[in-house]
Write a protein that binds this ligand. Structure first.
Ligand code: ATP
Ligand code: MG
Length: 251
Protein backbone atom coordinates (compact mmCIF):
# COMPACT_ATOMS: atom_id res chain seq x y z
CA UNK A 1 0.00 0.00 0.00
CA UNK A 2 1.79 3.12 -1.25
CA UNK A 3 0.76 6.60 -0.19
CA UNK A 4 0.21 8.89 -3.18
CA UNK A 5 -1.26 11.94 -1.43
CA UNK A 6 -0.67 12.77 2.19
CA UNK A 7 -2.39 15.58 4.06
CA UNK A 8 -0.95 16.77 7.37
CA UNK A 9 -2.68 19.16 9.76
CA UNK A 10 -4.61 20.93 6.99
CA UNK A 11 -6.46 24.00 8.24
CA UNK A 12 -8.52 26.09 5.85
CA UNK A 13 -10.35 29.33 6.54
CA UNK A 14 -12.78 31.28 4.39
CA UNK A 15 -12.19 34.75 5.84
CA UNK A 16 -12.68 34.36 9.60
CA UNK A 17 -14.52 31.09 9.28
CA UNK A 18 -12.36 28.01 9.77
CA UNK A 19 -13.88 25.20 7.67
CA UNK A 20 -11.14 22.58 8.21
CA UNK A 21 -9.53 22.16 11.61
CA UNK A 22 -6.37 20.19 11.00
CA UNK A 23 -7.03 17.21 8.73
CA UNK A 24 -4.51 14.34 8.64
CA UNK A 25 -5.18 11.72 6.00
CA UNK A 26 -3.21 9.55 3.59
CA UNK A 27 -4.54 8.33 0.26
CA UNK A 28 -3.24 5.09 -1.14
CA UNK A 29 -2.27 4.43 -4.72
CA UNK A 30 -4.85 2.58 -6.83
CA UNK A 31 -7.46 2.64 -4.15
CA UNK A 32 -10.78 4.44 -4.00
CA UNK A 33 -11.25 6.58 -0.90
CA UNK A 34 -14.73 7.79 -0.03
CA UNK A 35 -15.13 11.07 1.88
CA UNK A 36 -18.40 11.02 3.79
CA UNK A 37 -20.10 13.23 6.34
CA UNK A 38 -23.06 15.58 6.87
CA UNK A 39 -23.72 18.50 4.56
CA UNK A 40 -21.39 21.42 5.25
CA UNK A 41 -18.74 19.35 7.08
CA UNK A 42 -16.00 20.32 4.62
CA UNK A 43 -15.81 17.39 2.18
CA UNK A 44 -15.74 19.50 -0.99
CA UNK A 45 -13.47 22.05 0.65
CA UNK A 46 -10.96 19.35 1.54
CA UNK A 47 -11.23 17.63 -1.85
CA UNK A 48 -10.53 20.89 -3.65
CA UNK A 49 -7.38 21.40 -1.55
CA UNK A 50 -5.89 18.29 -3.10
CA UNK A 51 -5.32 19.89 -6.50
CA UNK A 52 -5.43 23.48 -5.31
CA UNK A 53 -8.83 24.24 -6.81
CA UNK A 54 -9.51 26.55 -3.83
CA UNK A 55 -6.64 28.86 -4.66
CA UNK A 56 -8.66 31.51 -6.42
CA UNK A 57 -11.26 31.99 -3.68
CA UNK A 58 -10.76 35.44 -2.11
CA UNK A 59 -9.66 35.59 1.56
CA UNK A 60 -8.87 31.92 1.75
CA UNK A 61 -6.11 30.72 4.05
CA UNK A 62 -4.69 27.23 3.96
CA UNK A 63 -2.01 25.93 6.32
CA UNK A 64 -0.50 22.52 6.93
CA UNK A 65 0.99 20.33 4.28
CA UNK A 66 -0.29 18.33 1.33
CA UNK A 67 2.17 16.15 -0.52
CA UNK A 68 1.57 14.52 -3.87
CA UNK A 69 4.15 11.81 -4.52
CA UNK A 70 6.31 13.37 -1.83
CA UNK A 71 6.20 16.91 -3.25
CA UNK A 72 4.60 19.72 -1.28
CA UNK A 73 1.86 20.96 -3.63
CA UNK A 74 1.58 24.30 -1.83
CA UNK A 75 5.26 25.04 -2.41
CA UNK A 76 5.61 28.20 -4.48
CA UNK A 77 7.59 26.25 -7.06
CA UNK A 78 4.74 23.85 -7.73
CA UNK A 79 3.57 24.03 -11.35
CA UNK A 80 -0.24 24.11 -11.14
CA UNK A 81 -0.76 22.98 -14.72
CA UNK A 82 1.41 19.95 -14.06
CA UNK A 83 -0.34 19.25 -10.75
CA UNK A 84 -3.78 19.31 -12.36
CA UNK A 85 -2.54 17.03 -15.14
CA UNK A 86 -1.67 14.48 -12.47
CA UNK A 87 -4.63 15.18 -10.19
CA UNK A 88 -7.77 15.59 -12.31
CA UNK A 89 -11.32 16.38 -11.24
CA UNK A 90 -14.92 15.40 -12.01
CA UNK A 91 -17.76 17.51 -10.62
CA UNK A 92 -21.24 16.81 -9.31
CA UNK A 93 -23.15 18.24 -12.24
CA UNK A 94 -21.97 16.74 -15.53
CA UNK A 95 -20.10 19.62 -17.14
CA UNK A 96 -19.15 18.76 -20.71
CA UNK A 97 -18.11 21.75 -22.81
CA UNK A 98 -20.63 22.75 -25.51
CA UNK A 99 -18.73 21.06 -28.27
CA UNK A 100 -18.35 17.59 -29.72
CA UNK A 101 -17.65 14.45 -27.69
CA UNK A 102 -14.34 14.14 -29.53
CA UNK A 103 -13.28 17.71 -28.74
CA UNK A 104 -14.31 17.34 -25.11
CA UNK A 105 -12.15 14.29 -24.59
CA UNK A 106 -9.27 15.66 -26.69
CA UNK A 107 -9.38 19.01 -24.88
CA UNK A 108 -6.76 18.34 -22.21
CA UNK A 109 -4.37 16.80 -24.72
CA UNK A 110 -4.64 19.80 -27.02
CA UNK A 111 -4.08 22.17 -24.08
CA UNK A 112 -1.02 20.11 -23.22
CA UNK A 113 0.27 20.75 -26.74
CA UNK A 114 -0.25 17.27 -28.19
CA UNK A 115 -0.52 17.62 -31.99
CA UNK A 116 -0.22 14.04 -33.18
CA UNK A 117 -3.71 13.37 -34.59
CA UNK A 118 -3.24 9.62 -34.45
CA UNK A 119 -2.26 9.73 -30.78
CA UNK A 120 -5.23 11.98 -29.98
CA UNK A 121 -7.63 9.67 -31.85
CA UNK A 122 -6.28 6.71 -29.98
CA UNK A 123 -6.50 8.42 -26.57
CA UNK A 124 -10.05 9.59 -27.25
CA UNK A 125 -11.14 6.06 -28.06
CA UNK A 126 -9.27 4.50 -25.13
CA UNK A 127 -10.62 7.03 -22.66
CA UNK A 128 -14.21 6.66 -23.85
CA UNK A 129 -13.79 2.91 -23.55
CA UNK A 130 -12.36 3.18 -20.06
CA UNK A 131 -15.25 5.38 -19.02
CA UNK A 132 -17.66 2.81 -20.48
CA UNK A 133 -19.23 5.25 -22.93
CA UNK A 134 -17.55 4.18 -26.17
CA UNK A 135 -20.46 2.07 -27.45
CA UNK A 136 -22.84 5.00 -27.13
CA UNK A 137 -20.49 7.55 -28.66
CA UNK A 138 -18.39 5.81 -31.29
CA UNK A 139 -20.81 6.60 -34.10
CA UNK A 140 -21.55 10.08 -32.70
CA UNK A 141 -18.15 11.52 -31.93
CA UNK A 142 -19.08 14.78 -33.62
CA UNK A 143 -22.33 15.19 -31.74
CA UNK A 144 -22.49 17.92 -29.12
CA UNK A 145 -21.62 16.35 -25.76
CA UNK A 146 -24.43 18.28 -24.09
CA UNK A 147 -26.93 16.42 -26.29
CA UNK A 148 -26.41 13.19 -24.32
CA UNK A 149 -28.25 12.03 -21.20
CA UNK A 150 -26.98 13.12 -17.77
CA UNK A 151 -25.39 9.76 -17.06
CA UNK A 152 -23.77 9.68 -20.48
CA UNK A 153 -22.50 13.25 -20.02
CA UNK A 154 -20.94 12.28 -16.69
CA UNK A 155 -19.15 9.34 -18.33
CA UNK A 156 -17.94 11.69 -21.07
CA UNK A 157 -16.58 13.95 -18.30
CA UNK A 158 -14.83 10.97 -16.73
CA UNK A 159 -13.34 10.14 -20.16
CA UNK A 160 -12.22 13.76 -20.47
CA UNK A 161 -10.50 13.54 -17.08
CA UNK A 162 -8.84 10.23 -17.98
CA UNK A 163 -7.59 11.34 -21.41
CA UNK A 164 -4.57 13.10 -20.00
CA UNK A 165 -3.74 9.98 -17.94
CA UNK A 166 -3.86 11.52 -14.47
CA UNK A 167 -2.66 9.49 -11.52
CA UNK A 168 -5.42 10.68 -9.21
CA UNK A 169 -9.01 11.65 -10.03
CA UNK A 170 -11.04 13.70 -7.54
CA UNK A 171 -14.79 13.19 -7.81
CA UNK A 172 -17.26 15.41 -5.97
CA UNK A 173 -20.56 13.52 -5.70
CA UNK A 174 -20.24 12.27 -9.27
CA UNK A 175 -23.53 10.35 -9.24
CA UNK A 176 -25.78 12.50 -7.09
CA UNK A 177 -27.37 14.22 -10.07
CA UNK A 178 -28.04 10.92 -11.83
CA UNK A 179 -30.77 8.29 -11.90
CA UNK A 180 -30.06 4.92 -10.19
CA UNK A 181 -29.15 3.10 -13.41
CA UNK A 182 -26.68 5.76 -14.55
CA UNK A 183 -25.26 5.86 -11.01
CA UNK A 184 -24.64 2.16 -10.95
CA UNK A 185 -23.01 2.35 -14.40
CA UNK A 186 -20.61 4.97 -13.07
CA UNK A 187 -19.95 2.87 -9.96
CA UNK A 188 -19.07 -0.11 -12.15
CA UNK A 189 -16.80 2.07 -14.25
CA UNK A 190 -14.96 3.27 -11.14
CA UNK A 191 -14.67 -0.27 -9.78
CA UNK A 192 -13.00 -1.39 -12.99
CA UNK A 193 -10.72 1.61 -13.24
CA UNK A 194 -9.51 1.68 -9.68
CA UNK A 195 -6.85 -0.89 -10.49
CA UNK A 196 -5.30 1.71 -12.79
CA UNK A 197 -6.05 5.02 -11.07
CA UNK A 198 -6.40 6.46 -7.59
CA UNK A 199 -9.85 7.87 -6.89
CA UNK A 200 -10.95 10.19 -4.10
CA UNK A 201 -14.70 10.55 -4.10
CA UNK A 202 -17.11 12.60 -2.02
CA UNK A 203 -20.44 10.86 -1.64
CA UNK A 204 -23.59 11.21 0.42
CA UNK A 205 -24.58 7.71 -0.53
CA UNK A 206 -23.31 5.44 2.25
CA UNK A 207 -24.28 2.27 0.38
CA UNK A 208 -22.23 3.51 -2.53
CA UNK A 209 -19.24 4.21 -0.28
CA UNK A 210 -19.62 0.72 1.21
CA UNK A 211 -19.84 -0.94 -2.20
CA UNK A 212 -16.98 0.66 -4.04
CA UNK A 213 -14.47 2.27 -1.69
CA UNK A 214 -11.38 0.69 -0.15
CA UNK A 215 -10.89 3.42 2.43
CA UNK A 216 -13.50 5.66 4.02
CA UNK A 217 -12.92 8.96 5.80
CA UNK A 218 -15.69 10.43 7.93
CA UNK A 219 -15.68 14.19 8.44
CA UNK A 220 -17.87 16.26 10.72
CA UNK A 221 -17.82 20.01 11.32
CA UNK A 222 -14.40 20.37 9.72
CA UNK A 223 -12.75 17.54 11.66
CA UNK A 224 -11.73 14.12 10.46
CA UNK A 225 -13.52 11.88 12.93
CA UNK A 226 -12.30 8.54 11.69
CA UNK A 227 -10.68 6.95 8.64
CA UNK A 228 -9.81 3.41 7.78
CA UNK A 229 -10.50 0.38 5.64
CA UNK A 230 -14.11 0.62 4.48
CA UNK A 231 -15.07 -2.94 5.41
CA UNK A 232 -13.69 -2.51 8.91
CA UNK A 233 -15.21 0.90 9.46
CA UNK A 234 -18.64 -0.13 8.23
CA UNK A 235 -18.69 -3.25 10.41
CA UNK A 236 -16.93 -1.94 13.50
CA UNK A 237 -16.41 1.81 13.58
CA UNK A 238 -14.08 2.95 16.34
CA UNK A 239 -16.22 5.86 17.46
CA UNK A 240 -19.82 5.96 18.56
CA UNK A 241 -20.51 9.04 16.46
CA UNK A 242 -19.31 7.25 13.31
CA UNK A 243 -21.60 4.36 14.12
CA UNK A 244 -24.51 6.75 14.62
CA UNK A 245 -23.86 8.41 11.27
CA UNK A 246 -23.45 5.12 9.41
CA UNK A 247 -26.70 3.91 10.93
CA UNK A 248 -28.56 6.96 9.77
CA UNK A 249 -29.15 8.38 13.24
CA UNK A 250 -28.31 11.86 11.91
CA UNK A 251 -27.45 13.15 8.52
N1 ATP B 1 -16.44 29.80 -1.03
C1 ATP B 1 -16.82 29.75 0.26
N2 ATP B 1 -16.83 30.85 1.03
C2 ATP B 1 -17.20 30.81 2.34
N3 ATP B 1 -17.60 29.70 2.97
C3 ATP B 1 -17.62 28.56 2.26
C4 ATP B 1 -17.24 28.52 0.87
N4 ATP B 1 -17.36 27.24 0.43
C5 ATP B 1 -17.80 26.53 1.49
N5 ATP B 1 -17.95 27.31 2.59
C6 ATP B 1 -18.39 26.86 3.93
O1 ATP B 1 -17.46 25.89 4.40
C7 ATP B 1 -18.15 24.81 5.04
C8 ATP B 1 -17.82 23.51 4.33
O2 ATP B 1 -18.41 23.53 3.04
P1 ATP B 1 -18.24 22.36 1.97
O3 ATP B 1 -18.86 22.82 0.72
O4 ATP B 1 -16.83 21.95 1.95
O5 ATP B 1 -19.13 21.21 2.67
P2 ATP B 1 -19.55 19.78 2.11
O6 ATP B 1 -19.18 18.79 3.16
O7 ATP B 1 -18.99 19.56 0.76
O8 ATP B 1 -21.14 19.90 2.06
P3 ATP B 1 -22.20 19.24 1.02
O9 ATP B 1 -22.32 17.81 1.44
O10 ATP B 1 -23.45 20.01 1.30
O11 ATP B 1 -21.67 19.42 -0.36
C9 ATP B 1 -19.62 25.18 5.01
O12 ATP B 1 -19.95 25.77 6.22
C10 ATP B 1 -19.73 26.17 3.88
O13 ATP B 1 -20.78 27.06 4.07
MG1 MG C 1 -19.85 19.35 -1.15
Amino acid sequence: MTTIISAKDVHLSYGDYEALHGINLDFHKKELTALIGPSGCGKSTFLRCLNRMNDDIPNIKITGEIKFEGQDIYNSKMDLVELRKEVGMVFQQPTPFPFSVYDNVAYGLKIAGVKDKQLIDQRVEESLQQAAIWKETKDNLNRNAQAFSGGQQQRICIARALAIRPKVVLLDEPTSALDPISSSEIEETLMELKHQYTFIMVTHNLQQAGRISDQTAFLMNGDLIEAGKTEEMFIAPKKQITSDYLNGRFG
